[in-house]
Design a protein around this ligand. Structure first.
Ligand SMILES: *Cc1c(COP(=O)(O)O)cnc(C)c1O
Length: 224
């Protein structure tokens, strides 16, 4: 059994109070999620629509669900009624679909732009130039049922601390430029979601406002 409560407490002691913790519950059984919930945690993240829509109705209604995986446009409607933040927006087409489904549910949906910062080929996300293009396009300006609340990024999976640091600093710089150019008077744009189990310390040092952590909470005792 993982020592969930102790892992969570240790993490919360370490993370500065201004940094939000998203507990990534992907692949975890309900029992484990309920244990984290019972310890007071309310923000959870999932990366697959099928898993999320199976878990959401059977878990407490005051959980804030964050979607953090690649999202296909045809699946947006399944999560639109309840999703708190979609962190992984990587195209205008997806954003328009989210807006449409938000409208049919008579609500606002908070979104983040997933920016590509890693040197690896495999990571999803917008290049910085594409993010600027999206925010400048007329098609973006008509969207009244979404709110862009920040950026999300994943660093290269590597032991090379200086590379990870460089990528996180780049994401913070991208955030700073987008804030100045597109959201100067808009307090909604405020989150830099970066940092996972393996690199959250570096992310926090680099200006993260939100970390997404799974394994460090659900790991077995003595497991790294
Ligand atoms: C799985 C995942 C995480 C959490 O990763 P851990 O290494 O388990 O902490 C964070 N962000 C995204 C986008 C993920 O897919």
């Amino acid at each position: 059994m993982p020592n969930i409560k102790d892992n969570l407490t240790a993490l919360l002691t370490e993370i500065p109070s201004g940094v939000k913790l998203i507990v990534v519950s992907k692949m975890q059984p309900l029992m484990h999620i309920q244990e984290v919930y019972a310890a007071g945690q309310r923000r959870f993240g999932e990366n697959r629509v099928g898993d999320l829509v199976a878990k959401q109705p059977v878990l407490p209604g005051d959980i804030e669900w964050h979607f953090i995986g690649h999202l296909q446009t045809n699946k947006v409607k399944l999560i639109a009624p309840f999703i708190h933040v979609i962190q992984s927006v990587d195209s205008l087409r997806l954003l328009r679909e989210i807006n449409k489904e938000a409208m049919s549910n008579d609500r606002m949906i908070d979104c983040m732009l997933q920016l590509y910062i890693a040197t690896e080929e495999t990571k999803f996300g917008l290049a910085f130039s594409e993010a600027k293009e999206l925010l400048s396009s007329p098609g973006y300006r008509d969207l009244n049922n979404i709110r862009i609340v920040g950026v999300m990024g994943m660093a290269t999976y590597t032991q090379d601390v200086s590379l990870v640091k460089k990528e996180f600093r780049m994401l913070k710089e991208y955030f700073r430029i987008l804030l100045a150019e597109y959201f100067p008077l808009n307090p909604d744009f405020r989150e830099i979601s970066m940092g996972m189990s393996g690199d959250y310390r570096i992310a926090v040092e680099s200006g993260s406002t939100m970390v997404r952590i799974g394994n460090a909470i659900f790991k077995m005792k003595n497991e790294e």
